[in-house]
Design a protein around this ligand. Structure first.
Ligand code: NAD
Length: 494
C-alpha cells in the first residue's frame, strides 16, 4: 500500500501502558507495518498514567514486539515505526487534560502530515469507556469536517443488559453506530472468517447443514492457564461474561446463521442477529439442568503445586466466580429445531483449544450398520491454536475382513510451510482503518447476547454453588459430562 493521504491517521491508545497494548496492539501494528498494510502517514499516541519519555516507552514497546510479535523484528522496519510512536502522560479521567491532549494530537498530525483522522482505542477497563468518550466529545475531538473519528471499544461491553444499554447510549450519542467498533477479537481469527466459506462455498456441507442430517453441535474453548494476573478483572466477569456472552455466542451465530443475501456488512450481521434472537430462553427452573458452572481448585503433584482459583491474586477466598461453563442451547427455527448446541469454556483445562464439532446423524441400521456400531460422520473446525478442518468418515479396513473403520481427512492450515496466519488484532485494526465493521459486533448482537446470558446470571445469584468442583488439567466438573450423558451423548475430546 503506498502513501495515501485519505488513509492517514493517528491511533490514540487509552491504556498504552497496559497488557493489551503491549501484548497485542503494538505487535499487531508492527506486523501491519511489516506487511506494508499501514499508510505512510500515521502515528500512535499512547496514553498512560506513568511518567515516561517517548524514548523510554519506545524501548519498552520494542521489547514487547520482540517477545509477542508473529514476525521477527526487522531493525529497518522498527526504525521507521518507532519515530511515529509517542507517549503521553495523562490521567484520562481528568477532563481538564483533554484540551492539552487535543493540542498535542494536532501537533503530531502536522508533523506526520495526517489530516485529522483518528482511531481512539479504549484499551482500558470498561468502567472508563464512558468518561473518556464524554471527555473527547466535550473538547470537540470527535466530529471534524473532512476527517473520520472512530472508536474501538474492547470487551466486555457492559456486565449485563442494562449496563450495556447505558454504555451504548453514551457512546452512540458521540460516535455514530458506523464509527463504533465493538471488538470481539475472535471474529478476527482466520478460521472464523473461514466458517462462512466452508458452509456456503461447499456443496458437500451446505445441503446437510440442518436438523435433518446433523445430530448436534459442540463448541468448546478451553485454556490450560488460570486467570494469571487478571484476577481483579475476572472476579467481576467470570466465564459466562468473559467468554460465553461474546466469543462463544459469536461462534454459534456464524455456525447457525442462514446464508446472507450478499457479503455486505449489514446482510451478514442481520443473519447473525436472527440466530441470537432465536435462542430459546432457558426457563429458571430448567437452568440447573441445562447450565453447569465450575471453578478450579488447587492441585499438587511431585514437582508442582497449582493454585486454586480462590488462591489467585486479587481473588476472594470464598469467591463464587465461575471459571468454567457448559450449557445446552436450542435454536428455535426451522433449520435447527431439535438440534442441541453444547457449549463449554473453561480455564485450567486439559488442553488449549477452540473447536467446533459438527456431529452428523447415524446412518439407518441396515447393511454395514446392522452388525456393529459404526461411528457417525464428524466435521471439526479447528479455530486455535491449530487452524484447520478435519472430516471423519467410514471406510473399509484393508484386508479380507469386512471391518469398517473411521478415517480422517485432516487439513491443517497453519502447519503448512509459509502460512503464518495474521493475528486477529492485525486484521481488525486494518479493518478499522478501512472503515469495515463486518468483523465487529453491532449493538443488537450485543443486546440479544446479553438478554440470553442475563437470565442465567440472575438465577445464579439466587443460589450458591459448591466450589471448587474441578481439578486443574481436567475437562471440567463432572456435571459437564452429565449434561451430555443425559442426552446419551458425550463430549468429544480430540
Ligand atoms: P491493563 O489494566 O493492563 O491496562 C490499562 C492501562 O490503563 C494500565 O496501564 C493503567 O495504568 C492505565 N490507566 C488506568 N487508569 C488510568 C487513568 N485514569 N489515566 C491514565 N491511564 C490509566 O488492562 P488490559 O489487560 O490491557 O485490558 C484493557 C482492556 O482490554 C480491558 O477492557 C480488557 O477487558 C480488555 N481486554 C484485554 C485483553 C488482554 O489480553 N489483556 C484481552 C481482551 C480484552
Amino acid at each position: 500500500m503506498s502513501a495515501n493521504f485519505e488513509l492517514s491517521y493517528t491511533m490514540v491508545i487509552f491504556g498504552g501502558t497496559g497488557d493489551l497494548a503491549h501484548r497485542k496492539l503494538l505487535p499487531a501494528v508492527y506486523n501491519l507495518k511489516h506487511e506494508k498494510m499501514l499508510p505512510e502517514d500515521f502515528a500512535i499516541v499512547a496514553i498512560g498514567r506513568q511518567n515516561k519519555t517517548n524514548d523510554g516507552y519506545r524501548e519498552e514497546i520494542y521489547n514487547s514486539i520482540k517477545q509477542f510479535s508473529r514476525l521477527d523484528i526487522d531493525i529497518e522496519i522498527w526504525n521507521s515505526l518507532k519515530n511515529r510512536i509517542y507517549y503521553r502522560r495523562m490521567d484520562f479521567l481528568a477532563a481538564e487534560t483533554y484540551q492539552e491532549l487535543n493540542k498535542y494530537l494536532s501537533e503530531v498530525d502536522k508533523k506526520h502530515k495526517i489530516n485529522g483522522n483518528r482511531m481512539y482505542y479504549m484499551a482500558v477497563a470498561p468502567e472508563y469507556f464512558k468518561s473518556i468518550v464524554e471527555n473527547l466529545n466535550s473538547f470537540c475531538m470527535t466530529q471534524k469536517a473532512d476527517s473520520w473519528n472512530r472508536v474501538v471499544i474492547e470487551k466486555p461491553f457492559g456486565r449485563d443488559l442494562s449496563s450495556a444499554k447505558y454504555l451504548n447510549d453514551k457512546i452512540v450519542k458521540v460516535f455514530k453506530e458506523e464509527n463504533t467498533y465493538r471488538i470481539d477479537h475472535y471474529l478476527g481469527k482466520e478460521m472464523l472468517q473461514n466458517i462462512m466459506v466452508i458452509r456456503f462455498a461447499n456443496m458437500l456441507f451446505e445441503p446437510l447443514w440442518n436438523n435433518k442430517y446433523i445430530d448436534h453441535i459442540q463448541i468448546s474453548s478451553s485454556e490450560t492457564v488460570g486467570v494469571e494476573n487478571r484476577g481483579g478483572y475476572y472476579e467481576k466477569a467470570g466465564a459466562m461474561r468473559d467468554m460465553v456472552q461474546s466469543h462463544m455466542l459469536q461462534l454459534l451465530s456464524l455456525i447457525a446463521m442462514e446464508p446472507p443475501n450478499d457479503l455486505e456488512t449489514k446482510s451478514i450481521r442481520d443473519e447473525k442477529v436472527k440466530v441470537l434472537k432465536s435462542l430459546r430462553k432457558i426457563k429458571t427452573e430448567a437452568i440447573k439442568e441445562n447450565v453447569v458452572r465450575g471453578q478450579y481448585g488447587p492441585s499438587e503433584s511431585e514437582d508442582e503445586r497449582i493454585l486454586g482459583y480462590r488462591e489467585e491474586k486479587k481473588v476472594s477466598l470464598d469467591s463464587n466466580t465461575e471459571t468454567f461453563v457448559a450449557l445446552k442451547i436450542n435454536i428455535q427455527n426451522f433449520r435447527w429445531s431439535g438440534v442441541p448446541f453444547y457449549i463449554r469454556t473453561g480455564k485450567r483445562m486439559k488442553k488449549k483449544s477452540t473447536e467446533i464439532i459438527v456431529q452428523f446423524k447415524s446412518m439407518q441400521s441396515i447393511l454395514y450398520f446392522e452388525e456393529k456400531e459404526v461411528l457417525p460422520n464428524m466435521l471439526v473446525i479447528k479455530i486455535q491454536p491449530t487452524e484447520g478442518i478435519f472430516l471423519q468418515f467410514n471406510a473399509k479396513e484393508p484386508g479380507t475382513h469386512r471391518n469398517i473403520i473411521p478415517v480422517q481427512m485432516d487439513f491443517c492450515q497453519n502447519c503448512q510451510v509459509g502460512i503464518n496466519s495474521p493475528e486477529a488484532y492485525e486484521r481488525l485494526l486494518s479493518d478499522v482503518l478501512k472503515g469495515d465493521t463486518t468483523l465487529f459486533t453491532r449493538w443488537d448482537e450485543v443486546e440479544y447476547a446479553w438478554k440470553f446470558v442475563d437470565q442465567i446470571l440472575e438465577s445464579w445469584n439466587d443460589n450458591d454453588p459448591v466450589f471448587p468442583n474441578y481439578e486443574p488439567g481436567s475437562w471440567g466438573p463432572e456435571g459437564s459430562n452429565m449434561l451430555l450423558q443425559k442426552d446419551v451423548r458425550n463430549w468429544i475430546n480430540l
